[in-house]
Design a protein around this ligand. Structure first.
Ligand code: ZN
Length: 138
């Protein structure tokens, strides 16, 4: 069994942003040389997400508005922010949108459904953050 690890770095311009990371994961898969196996992609920060969905701009706006309704940014509203932080909303948004995805690798490709793409969801950006890509197989 081969194991391959890579860290992807992000520093988004906006506080909240969705980034299609599929090309970077495909690049890591190519470097790994693995043809059959599993690929884990996970956000390493508790205020950002990795999720799979459609690469459609309107849908991304819908996601952004949806998580904002569920957990609006508001420094005074949350107990977590009593610690001096202002990112309680980002922790909650991250939990809704998910920490990681696992994608099967078949014949050297990410074995997606028809419209699936992998996204990095940032909810407390404008600083350096990491995503782990771990690929195992043969
Ligand atoms: Zn926090």
């Amino acid at each position: 069994m081969i194991s391959y690890t890579e860290y992807l770095w992000f520093n988004t311009r906006d506080k909240q942003e969705f980034v299609n990371v599929t090309p970077r994961v495909e690049e890591a898969l190519k470097k790994s040389g693995i043809k059959e196996g599993l690929c884990l992609v996970n956000a390493m920060h508790i205020t950002s997400s990795i999720f799979i969905n459609d690469d459609e701009e309107g849908l991304h706006q819908d996601f952004g508005e949806w998580v904002e309704r569920l957990a609006p940014y508001n420094k005074a509203k949350y107990r977590h922010n009593l610690t001096g932080e202002d990112n309680a909303d980002a922790h909650l948004k991250r939990t809704i949108m998910g920490r990681e995805v696992v994608v099967a690798i078949t014949k050297g490709k990410l074995d997606f459904g028809p419209w699936e793409q992998i996204f990095y969801g940032e909810f407390d950006g404008q600083r350096k953050k990491r995503v782990l890509v771990k690929i195992i197989g043969e």
